[in-house]
Design a protein around this ligand. Sequence first.
Ligand SMILES: NC(=O)C1=CN([C@@H]2O[C@H](COP(=O)(O)OP(=O)(O)OC[C@H]3O[C@@H](n4cnc5c(N)ncnc54)[C@H](OP(=O)(O)O)[C@@H]3O)[C@@H](O)[C@H]2O)C=CC1
Ligand SMILES: O=C1O[C@H](COP(=O)(O)O)[C@@H](O)[C@H](O)[C@H]1O
Length: 607
Amino acid sequence: MALPCSNAATATATSDPFLYAKGITRKGAEFGSLAAAAVRFPSVRFSNPSCRVSFRRRMPERTFALFAPSDMVVSEDGLATTVAKDSSNILKFYKITQNEGINEMAIDVSRESTVSITVVGASGDLAKKKIFPALFALYYEGCLPKHFTIYGYARSKMTTEQLRTTVCQTLTCRIDQSESCGEIIEEFLDRCFYHSGHYNVEEDFAELDKALQQQEVGGRVANRLFYLSIPPDVFVDVVRCASKCASSLKGWMRMIVEKPFGRDLESSAELTRDLKQYLSEEQIFRIDHYLGKELVEDLSVLRFSNLIFEPLWSRQYIRNVQILFSEDFGTEGRGGYFDNYGIIRDIMQNHLLQILALFAMEPPVSMNAEDIRNEKVKVLRSMRPLQLEDVVVGQYKSHVKGGIKYPGYTDDKTVPSNSITPTFAAAALFIDNARWDGVPFLMKAGKALHNRRAEVRVQFRHVPGNLFKRSFGMDLDQATNELVIRVQPDEAIYLKINNKVPGLGMRLDHINLNLLYADRYSREIPDAYERLLLDAIEGERRLFIRSDELDAAWSIFTPLLKALEVRRVAPELYPYGSRGPTGAHYLAAKYHVRWGDVGSEPQNAQA
Ligand SMILES: NC(=O)C1=CN([C@@H]2O[C@H](COP(=O)(O)OP(=O)(O)OC[C@H]3O[C@@H](n4cnc5c(N)ncnc54)[C@H](OP(=O)(O)O)[C@@H]3O)[C@@H](O)[C@H]2O)C=CC1
Ligand SMILES: O=C1O[C@H](COP(=O)(O)O)[C@@H](O)[C@H](O)[C@H]1O
C-alpha cells in the first residue's frame, strides 16, 4: 500500500502504551489513524531520516509487526536514545484503527539493511538515459535507503571512474535545491561502481558477488536488486548466473526485467517458464514504464475517488475511448531492435493496453497489488482477440520539410530495405463484458508523426432530446462531452463542455474545464523510472506486470500479429512528420468515431 518517502515519515508516541503514527506517504496520502500498543517499547519516535513505514491490510491476524533495528531512534520526548535489539527484531502492535480494518505496520529501517542495485547492461542507452538519472533523483530526494551501492555491469571494458564520468553527464538536479547539487552528485557517484563481465559466464557473476560483498559491510542484511537493461535474448543467461552466483544470502533478491517480454503468447510463456527455473514470481518485476507515469497512476484516483465519474464509466454514457500515442521522431538508433518488434509490440500490447486495463477494469477490492492486478487480468481476459480487419498499419517514409530531409524508416542502415514492419498502427478493440459491450476502444500509436503526445480521450454520448441542438448545427459529435487525460507532455486533465457565451443571445461555446498540472502543482513530476525503481526496492508490485496479465495481453494481440506476418500485410506509407496514414480515419469511421486528436481543440486546451 502507501509507502512514505523516508524523510516524510514520522511516528510519534502519544501515550503509553499506545503509539500514534502520523505522516505523509510518498503517494501524498496522509496516514494518521494508526494507533497501536507497543508491547516492548511503549513510546517510540521514528525520527530516523532513513526510516520507511508501510502498512498493509492483513486479515485476520490481530497484530502489527514492526521490524525494529538495534539503533532505532526511540524517545518519549523526541530526543534520540538507542534501543537494544530484541532477539527477533520484531515488535508487536495491536490494532486499534476504526476505519482501516486490520493492518500490518512494518517499519523497514534501512539502517539495518543494505541494498545493492546492479544495472545489467550499464553501457547501454536505457541505463544512461533513464536508470542512472532516476536512481540519482531518488538519492537527491532522500528516497534511497541509507546503505546502498550501485553497480554497473556489462561486457564493455570500463573503469569505475569511466562509468562515473559517463553517468555524471546525465545527472540533473531539481531546481529548488540546486545549491548543494554538485556535492550531492559527488556523494552519489561515490556509491557507483562498475564491473565488467559476460552475461552467460557464472564466474563473472561470482566476481561481481565478491565486489558486492565488499560494499555490503557492517553485518547488515544485504538485499540485491538487479535491473536487466539488456536485449531479451540474454535475460535468461543473466538470471541463471546471477541467481546461482550473485544472489543475496541473507536478504531478498529481485530482478527488474525490461520489455519486450517475448514476441507473442508462446515466446512470452516460454520466457516466463525459463525465468521461473531460477526465480519465483515474487522476485520478477516486469516493468512497463507507462505504469509509472503520473497521469496513468492517477487514472484510478480519478475514477474511484470522485463520485461524478464512476457512474458515467460504462457503455451507457461513453460512446468510445481513444488511447493515443505519438512521437515526433523515428526509430533513430534503435532500428535494429525495432524491426524485430514493430509498433504493435513496442507500444500497443504493453503501454497502451495497460492504460486501457486501468481505465476499464472493475473497482478493485483494495488498492493492493494483487487486487488491482486481479481486476486487470479480468478485463483483459474479457477482450476480443484483435482482428486483421480492425487494424491499420503504416510505415513512415522520407520527407523534405523546410529544406531538411527527414529519413524514411527503411533508410536506417540497421533496417532491411524491404522491411514491412509497422511504425504506425491504429486498432479497434472491444471488451465483451456488461460494462463495455459494444464500446469501441480505439488505439493509435506511431513514430515520426507531427507531434509527441500520449493521451486518453473519452467521448461521451449525445445528449438525448438535446434542447440546444439547433445551436450546434448539424454536427452533434462536436457538441458531446469529452474527457481528456493527457499523459504527456504538459500533463493535464480536461473536460470539454458546452457553455453559453455571455450576452443577450443564445450562442453556445465548446470550452474546457481545465486542470493543467503545471499551473496547479509547482512540484516537478518524477520520471516514471523513479517511481518504479523505488517500488521495486520497497517490494511494491502494484505497478509491475504479473505473468497471467502478460498472457492475457498477448492473447489479444498474438492472432493479429501472426496474420500480419503470414499475409505480409504491406503498411500504408506516410510522410515523416505527418499525421499518419489516412486508413486510420476509415477505421474510426467504421465505428462512427472521429479521432479526438484531429481537428480543432478549444482554445484553452493548451498548456
Ligand atoms: N532504450 C530505450 O528507450 C528503451 C529500452 N527498453 C528495453 O531495455 C533494454 C535495454 O535497452 P537499451 O539500453 O536501449 O539496449 P542496448 O541495445 O543499448 O543494450 C544494452 C546493453 O546490452 C549489451 N548488448 C547489446 N546487444 C547485445 C547482444 N546482442 N548480446 C549481448 N549483449 C548485448 C550492450 O552492452 P555490452 O556490449 O557492454 O555488454 C549494451 O550496452 C532492452 O530490452 C530494451 O528493449 C525498453 C524501453 C525503452
Ligand atoms: O518503451 C518504449 O517507450 C518509448 C516511449 O517512452 P516515453 O516515456 O518517452 O513516452 C518509445 O520511444 C520506445 O520505442 C519504446 O520501446
